[in-house]
Design a protein around this ligand. Structure first.
Ligand code: ARG
Length: 460
């Protein structure tokens, strides 16, 4: 039986049920719904709606349901209920009869679903926080194990200046740290309790909303009942956090896919996280990384879908808002999977330090250094840039590196160039010269790595 049948003479059509029912997907809110109901039963008992005995009957039946829900043992398939809220209520009524018919006093599914969903989001924000830390730890481990490796840094996917491998790792650590802080920030905003807001206007029963909020672990109650039942900002914010983090993961995946190509050959990935070709026996494809990149589409799509769903909705609750769930459930699942597999992939990275260094040496990545050398001899940078560019052009014509040109050849471009130029053109030298805060020199990178290792408690 539906929760609202009294005013209706005809039953719902099968197609209406298909469009209207959320039970096929909101059943994952069972645990949150039951916990909310336990606290609600206490609140209406205090308000005089339930006797102590009635409340205890309800609480023990709800506790038994909670145990089953948490063990994944609720028999959803035998039910034809519309949503998880009616499922829990109907189950209780079946067990307890009239006492259970009192539970919904002063409550609406509107404040109920808003509460359940906030609880779900809060719990998943905590889970995703752990997943992000997992990836960060993997990056820190590979950084620590390969501190001396130097590889080309790119702009426009053209070799630009060499960087330390840990510097590359730490760039992504910074991004994931911001993802963590986004979760922290949004959790503070979502951590308000809608329960007690009723359908839209509050409830007539003298319930203690502060106490309800505390019992459900919220920082405070929502302050406006209209807003409480119709706000889905926390869904949008969570989807944005997921999307941004997926974008970070995808960029990391793209870098690694490139590092793993036969052409670059900087890294190899473990068999555990790659797959072969049914036709070409030699293939070992970075599928996990490609799927991280690919799954961004659906996560970004969910954010866009939710923005469009919410736009133009009048206050307060509208059924459109039921569309908030599937996108978020899916986005959080995909984000979780991608973070976990990203961590596994990073754990399998094997670097070819020689190939990295060779690539870093090629491509005239030391041309900036030559310009800076000339600046040191008193030449204005713009002129020095031009001279160094001409040296590159001349070296290209001879298919040589800058440092392979003789001093006589170099002096044709500027007679200020002396023998000491060969020292500054060396890979190690030019990397370590960037010892500014945030730079790729040995010292700042070691410091940054140590700080991150301490922050994320990675064992040495
Ligand atoms: N299944 C609904 C949802 O997810 C629950 C709230 C229903 N409220 C209502 N007034 N029909 O949004």
């Amino acid at each position: 039986m539906s929760l609202w049948g009294g005013r209706f003479q005809d039953g719902s059509s099968a197609m209406f049920r298909r469009v209207n029912d959320s039970f096929p997907f909101d059943r994952v809110l069972a645990s949150q719904d039951i916990r909310g109901s336990i606290v609600w039963s206490r609140a209406i008992c205090k308000a005089g709606v339930l006797s102590k005995d009635e409340q205890q009957q309800l609480e023990s039946a709800l506790n038994a349901l909670l145990v089953k829900a948490d063990a994944g043992e609720l028999d959803f398939d035998a039910s034809t209920e519309e949503d998880i809220h009616s499922f829990v209520e109907a189950t209780l009524i079946e067990q307890l009869g009239d006492v259970a018919r009192k539970l919904h006093t002063g409550r609406s599914r509107n404040d109920q679903v808003a509460t359940d969903f906030r609880l779900w989001c809060r719990e998943h924000v905590d889970l995703l926080t752990q997943d992000l830390e997992l990836v960060i730890r993997s990056l820190l481990n590979t950084a620590k194990a390969n501190q001396e490796v130097i590889l080309p840094g790119y702009t426009h996917l053209q070799r630009a200046q060499p960087v330390r491998y840990p510097h590359w790792c730490l760039a992504y650590v910074e991004m994931f740290k911001r993802d963590l802080s986004r979760l922290r920030d949004l959790k503070a905003r979502l951590n308000q309790c809608p329960l007690g807001s009723g359908a839209l206007a509050g409830t007539v029963y003298p319930i203690d909303r502060q106490e309800i909020a505390e019992q459900l672990g919220f920082a405070s109650p929502c302050l406006n009942s209209l807003d409480a039942v119709s706000d889905r900002d926390y869904v949008l914010e969570t989807l944005f956090a997921a999307s941004t983090s997926m974008m970070h993961l995808s960029r990391m995946a793209e870098d690694l896919i490139f590092f793993n190509t036969g052409e670059a050959g900087f890294i190899t990935l473990g068999d555990q996280v790659t797959s072969g070709s049914s036709l070409m026996p030699q293939k070992k494809n970075p599928d996990a990384l490609e799927l991280i990149r690919g799954k961004c589409g659906r996560v970004f799509g969910s954010l866009q879908a939710m923005l469009v769903t919410m736009k133009g909705l009048p206050l307060a609750y509208n059924k459109d808002m039921q569309e908030d769930k599937e996108g978020l459930f899916d986005a959080m699942t995909q984000w979780h999977i991608c973070l976990c597999i990203a961590s596994e992939v990073v754990d399998t990275i094997k670097l070819d330090a020689q190939r990295c260094a060779k690539a870093a040496r090629e491509g005239y990545a030391n041309a900036t250094e030559l310009a800076d050398y000339l600046v040191g001899k008193g030449i204005p940078f713009r002129t020095a840039h031009d001279i160094s560019g001409q040296v590159v052009l001349g070296a290209l014509a001879q298919k040589k590196a800058i440092e392979e040109l003789s001093l006589d050849e170099l002096k044709k471009y500027s007679d200020l160039i002396e023998d000491d130029v060969y020292g500054i053109l060396q890979l190690e030298y030019l990397v370590n010269k960037r010892c500014i805060l945030g730079g790729t020199g040995a010292e700042p990178v070691a410091k940054a790595l140590d700080a991150a290792l301490a922050q994320f408690a990675v064992k040495a």
